[in-house]
Design a protein around this ligand. Structure first.
Ligand SMILES: Cc1cc2nc3c(=O)[nH]c(=O)nc-3n(C[C@H](O)[C@H](O)[C@H](O)COP(=O)(O)OP(=O)(O)OC[C@H]3O[C@@H](n4cnc5c(N)ncnc54)[C@H](O)[C@@H]3O)c2cc1C
Length: 398
């Protein structure tokens, strides 16, 4: 629903607002009065040009009272069957930086069953303290009990900033918690830092199909919440000598009161783990069809890497979505990314441009991918890839 308010009594039908609207959200109705539709972004461009002041936006909400009681940076440490996800350590690394900038403490929230060892790991990775909630009901991730526990903890301890990895579970949990706490949440951030003047968390993420980077703040509610994708931040180095406080919380959860039940847990076979791969060989529309991924797979196999793909190749049905790299696929940060027959659209780059070394193979010397590649090979991938594979096979003795 559009936020813009139009006073029909005042409107003189001059159409100045229609001409000024950058989104085409205003038009005149049969009575020559301005009307607005859902394309309105509340940018305010029309308000300035209305000669009779007939247009307005609601007053900006005042900050909720008591925001200064909220202190500290929190990170949710997710785990699967007692093993912490590396995405959480990346969040701890960034959380440490943010806490240092705010001169405050970094708290890790560890939820699960038999997960005390993860609390120790969180301290080694940089947390000052850990809130450990160990309960059989929390053995498997479920939205209801996990969100309920975190909401209670947030209400009790009042953190200023709360960040979670943008994994499937992190996205689910962050939305559930933010809705219940009634605070803002920026999903899939690519950058987080502290505004030196206001102390607010600046949350940067791609917007408008990846064509601009938007920096979002949450000045009126707490905690300021954000999720960040895997591999966006560096993995910190653990320091086993670090010491911290562990606060054990008993949540009194009642299994009978929870609607969802875990019947069984079955690991998916042949899962592609792009996020953790050190080497990725990716194919795009240039591979020409599903069989075009064969030379890609052969090189990936010789190098011990994973196979990635552009959205064009996935949309064409040549390879499953799990392989897609980019804004609407996986974010990856391998040591070596070999892009084959991929032009280098901004949405693809959004998922791989922080790779340590990028090699591009493309027959078009003007392809944009060469602008960000460390090494570029201009040529037909069906000639270049077999030659490379053969050479690596010899050198790696495979
Ligand atoms: C909202 C949104 C989200 C998106 N999300 C993603 C995303 O997550 N990931 C993603 O990848 N894209 C995404 N896209 C799509 C993106 O804009 C591009 O359309 C897509 O990345 C193009 O894929 P491509 O480079 O494989 O194909 P093309 O752009 O068609 O490029 C093919 C390349 O192959 C080269 N080539 C052809 N034959 C050969 C050969 N024999 N040898 C060597 N080179 C050859 C050509 O010179 C060309 O450069 C998104 C788009 C939108 C609007």
């Amino acid at each position: 629903m559009a936020l813009l308010e139009i006073n029909r009594e005042e409107c003189i039908g001059c159409e100045a607002c229609v001409a000024a609207c950058p989104f085409g959200a205003l038009h005149m109705d049969a009575e020559r009065k301005a009307v607005v539709d859902d394309k309105c972004t509340a940018c305010g461009a029309c308000i300035d040009v209305c000669p009779v002041g007939a247009l307005s936006l609601p007053e900006v909400e005042a900050p909720a009272a008591g925001l200064d009681q909220y202190k500290g940076v929190w990170v949710w440490v997710e785990q699967l069957q007692g093993e912490a996800g590396s995405i959480s350590w990346e969040m701890i690394g960034k959380g440490r930086e943010l806490a240092d900038q705010r001169q405050t403490t970094l708290t890790a929230c560890v939820l699960g069953h038999h997960v005390e060892h993860i609390a120790q790991q969180a301290i080694a990775y940089g947390a000052d303290r850990v809130i450990l909630v160990d309960d059989p009901v929390l053995k498997h991730y479920r939205t209801e009990p996990y969100a309920a526990v975190l909401v209670d903890l947030i209400r009790q301890y009042k953190p200023e900033i709360f960040i979670l990895g943008a994994s499937t579970r992190g996205r689910d949990l962050a939305g559930a918690v933010a809705t219940e706490i009634f605070t803002g949440l920026t999903a899939d951030c690519t950058g987080l830092d502290i505004d030196p003047e206001t102390g607010l968390l600046r949350q940067t993420r791609p917007a408008f199909g990846g064509n601009i980077m938007a920096t979002i703040i949450c000045p009126n509610h707490r905690p300021q919440m954000a999720t960040v994708r895997h591999r966006v931040f560096e993995m910190p180095t653990p320091d086993e000598t670090r010491r911290g406080e562990i606060i054990r919380v008993n949540p009194h959860l009642d299994e009978e009161a929870i609607a969802s039940k875990v019947v069984d847990f079955i690991r998916e076979e042949g899962q592609v783990n792009l996020a953790d791969a050190r080497i990725i060989v990716s194919g795009g529309r240039g591979v020409g069809g599903p069989e075009g991924f064969e030379p890609i797979r052969r090189l990936a196999e010789v190098l011990g890497g994973a196979v990635g793909a552009s959205r064009a190749a996935v949309d064409a049905g040549w390879i499953p979505y799990a392989h897609q790299v980019g804004q609407t696929g996986r974010t990856v940060r391998p040591d070596l990314y070999i892009a084959c027959g991929i032009s280098g659209a901004i949405q693809h780059l959004a998922g791989m441009q922080t790779s340590r070394v990028i090699v591009a193979i493309n027959k078009d010397p003007e392809a944009p991918i060469f602008k960000i590649a460390n090494y570029g090979i201009v040529g037909d991938l069906f000639q270049v890839l077999p030659a490379l594979t053969e050479e690596f096979r010899k050198r790696l003795r495979k």
